[in-house]
Ligand binder design. Sequence first.
Ligand SMILES: Nc1ncnc2c1ncn2[C@@H]1O[C@H](COP(=O)(O)OP(=O)(O)OP(=O)(O)O)[C@@H](O)[C@H]1O
Ligand SMILES: [Mg+2]
Length: 303
Amino acid sequence: MSTVHDESIHSSCSHHHGNGKSPHSSCDHHHGNAESADTSCGHRERPLEQVKNIIAVASGKGGVGKSTFAVNLAISLAQTGAKVGLIDADLYGPSIPTMFGLPDTKPEVVGKNLVPLEKYGVKLMSIGFLIDIDTAVIWRGPMASSAIKQFISEVNWNELDYLIFDLPPGTGDIQITITHSVPLTGAIIVTTPQEVAISDVSKALSMFRKVNVPILGLVENMSYYELSDGSRDYIFGNQGGETFAKTHGLAFLGSIPIDRSVREGGDNGTPCLLSYPDSVTSKAFKQAAIEVARRVSMINAGQ
Ligand SMILES: Nc1ncnc2c1ncn2[C@@H]1O[C@H](COP(=O)(O)OP(=O)(O)OP(=O)(O)O)[C@@H](O)[C@H]1O
Ligand SMILES: [Mg+2]
C-alpha cells in the first residue's frame, strides 16, 4: 500500500468498530459533520467504516469536467497502489458507465447489498448500472437522497483508501445529502478558466464551508489548447482558476489542457490516462492526483 495517508493518526480510539478489521476508528475523524457518523467514540458502526478518505469532486457550473477529473483521479490513485472507489452521484446524468466502458453491466446483489463493479482498478457504483441510462430519472429530492444513501450504506465498499464522489453540478439536494451523510475528508472544485464558470465557484465553496468540509483545492480544466507549433491557445481565458485560487486562499491542484484524447477517452470508455499514459495531459492528471493525495494527508495530519 503506497498512499501517503498516515494511518497512525487514526488510532487514538481504542474501541473496536464493526468487524475490527478497519485500519482506523470513526471517532477521530476531524472533519465533516455527518449526522450519522459516530463522533462520540461509541460502538455504533458508521457508514463507510472501512473507508479512510472520502473526497467529493464538485463544481459550480455543469460541463466543466468534474466526471472526467473524478475518473482520471480515481485511476491515477489506483495506479499508485491505493484501494479506490468511485460513486457516480449524478443521478440525473450519470457519466461513469460510459466513461468506464460499462454501459450495459449490472452489479451483483448479495443479500440486500450491491457489489460494486470494478474496472481499471477502481470500484464503481452508478445509477446507470441499475436503470436504463436513456430513461430520464424524474425522482423528487427525497428519492434522490435515498438512492444516494443506498450507494453509501448498501454497497459493499469494504476497505478503501479513497472513496470519490463525482457530484452533479451546483449545490442541490444530492450535495446536501452527501455532506450530511458521510464525513467528507475534503472537496475538490473543478472549474474552467472563464469568468462565467469562476463566478459559480464561490457558491460551491460556500456550500462546503457551511458544513465544515475542507476544500482540498481547485483544479482548472480546459486551461489551454496546444497548437501544432507548440504554442498555447487559451480558449477559455488565461489562468482564471489559478488566480481565483490564489485570491481565495485555496490550494491550486493543477491545470488540465483541452485535449481531444480526453473527450475521446470519455466517450469510448478508455480514459486518456490509459491510452496515452505519457501525454502532457495524462501527466497533468497524475500530477493533480499526487497533489490531492498530499493535501489529504495534510488534512489528516491536522495541518
Ligand atoms: N480537458 C478536456 N479536454 C477535452 N475534453 C474534455 C476535457 N475535460 C472534459 N472534456 C469533455 O467535456 C465534456 C464534459 O465533461 P464532463 O462530463 O467531465 O463534465 P461534468 O462537469 O462532469 O459535467 P456535468 O456537470 O454534466 O456532470 C465531456 O465530453 C468530456 O469528455
Ligand atoms: Mg459529470
